[in-house]
Design a protein around this ligand. Structure first.
Ligand SMILES: [Zn+2]
Length: 148
């Protein structure tokens, strides 16, 4: 079972990479900024409170199928992706490869970029990470054509 703090960190990390929260019947939610100085931003805290307190626990991170309510249930844990070490949902009652949202981010993992983080130090580079990821993900993959 993932603790609320683990789920909060999970959302914060993926929000920092530009992954939105999908809210059924509503627009996607992506609070910005996620970090403010050494802390989570008021925008992120407000989003998290809404997730915790309302029926929006049926929302889920884009690219995953596990709702926030499921992550907070005993069936699921939050673990580290084997590929990029980002927090990902893992079924806690059996062996299963975690489905990491990084699968559709071709430029990730990228060890040359600052990694997403928890509230510790300055947050000035986060929007740069997101913008660079957006930039890279819009580029055609040069290896997909003309390799013979
Ligand atoms: Zn990953």
């Amino acid at each position: 079972m993932a603790s609320p703090n683990q789920v909060k960190r999970y959302l914060a990390y993926w929000f920092q990479l530009g992954k939105p929260l999908v809210v059924p019947g509503q627009q996607m939610v992506l609070p910005q900024p996620v970090m403010q100085g050494n802390h989570y931003s008021p925008e992120f805290e407000a989003c998290w409170q809404q997730v915790l307190e309302s029926s929006r626990k049926d929302c889920y991170l884009e690219g995953t199928i596990q709702t926030i309510a499921e992550l907070l249930s005993p069936s699921w844990e939050v673990t580290a992706c084997a590929r990029c070490e980002m927090p990902v949902p893992m079924f806690s009652l059996g062996m299963q490869e975690p489905d990491c949202p990084c699968a559709d981010i071709p430029s990730w993992p990228n060890t040359e970029l600052p990694q997403p983080r928890s509230p510790v130090d300055s947050g000035t580079q986060l929007s740069q990470i997101r913008d660079r990821l957006r930039f890279y993900s819009q580029q055609p993959n040069p290896r997909q054509s003309g390799t013979s």
